[in-house]
Design a protein around this ligand. Sequence first.
Ligand code: SF4
Length: 346
Amino acid sequence: MSVEVKSIDEVVTTDHLLSARGLRAGYVGRTSDTMAVDDVSLYVNEGEVLGIAGESGCGKSTLAAVLSLTARPPLHVFEGELDVAGKRLSFEPDKAPPRSWRGTVVSLLPQGAMNSLSPTGRVGDFAVNIVRAHEGRVSASDAKGRAAERFTQLDLPERVLDAYPHQLSGGMKQRVVTVLSTLLNPKLLIADEPTSALDVSSQRIVTELMREMLAKKLVGGIIFVTHDLPVLRRVADRVAIMYAGQIHETGPTEQIINRARHPYTGALINSVLVPEPQVRTRRISGIKGSPPDLADPPPGCRFHPRCSLAMDVCTTEQPPIVGDERHYATCWWAKDHPGEPVEGKL
Ligand code: SF4
């Protein structure tokens, strides 16, 4: 039975594989700070892919950097808490997060990861460097053996370990770095735009590979960051929609696609072609206006200058959380229209 939630703390408890609460991160300015991630809370369950979607500049990649503990100046993590697989981390300004978490507790597959393969080194050397960076004096043959075993588990030919990057296609390079991101058995993999430079068939191979990594328990859970909703529809169990540094709606993927509650989610879906035939016929339309300046975001709901359903209250008051623990949004319109999707209203 679904229960109406009144605060995000009722949803993002410590019962999940990952719970992130109250994350705030951004850039210090002379007159004001730019908060690229502003009070973000989310969770990921064991065996689950959580997709994070939104327009360029909404804070997705900053959030990926915060969650993977790879944020570096000028980006600062001001506050927030992470619980991952029973371990807790509280962010504090000027205090570096523990290095020992990286690669083992959380692992990042960064944007353009395939280009991180050294052009003058073999794939196997790259694998050896990953293991040694975290475990010190492991012999090259042991480290390579671990990579070979992981390749076999995920049906990648072992001979690829002896190849140079220029001998591999873009799709194969992306598969290689994806598999190598699991080499230290991380609890959580954070993949930032892992399919954006790939053709459609390579995208499908990479998303299937990620599902296989989960099924074989080589990672506990995955956060998949992208602007590409059709890709998320294939790979994600749940989706969180980000706008102007905040998460505005979270829910099971099919509910987000077919029964969005937040006007921004509805506008985002209406702006892309979702090619699967079972998706209802609808007119494609862009989102009017542009995202706000995060150094000076609008008061009230940050989406109000672009929202066709905005009311007076939206311009001054923070919207409330509306929905149940599985599917919830922060929106005044959704509060006034319990259970109604925004489709057809925009
Ligand atoms: S709170 Fe108001 S402005 Fe914001 S999305 Fe909902 S209806 Fe639109």
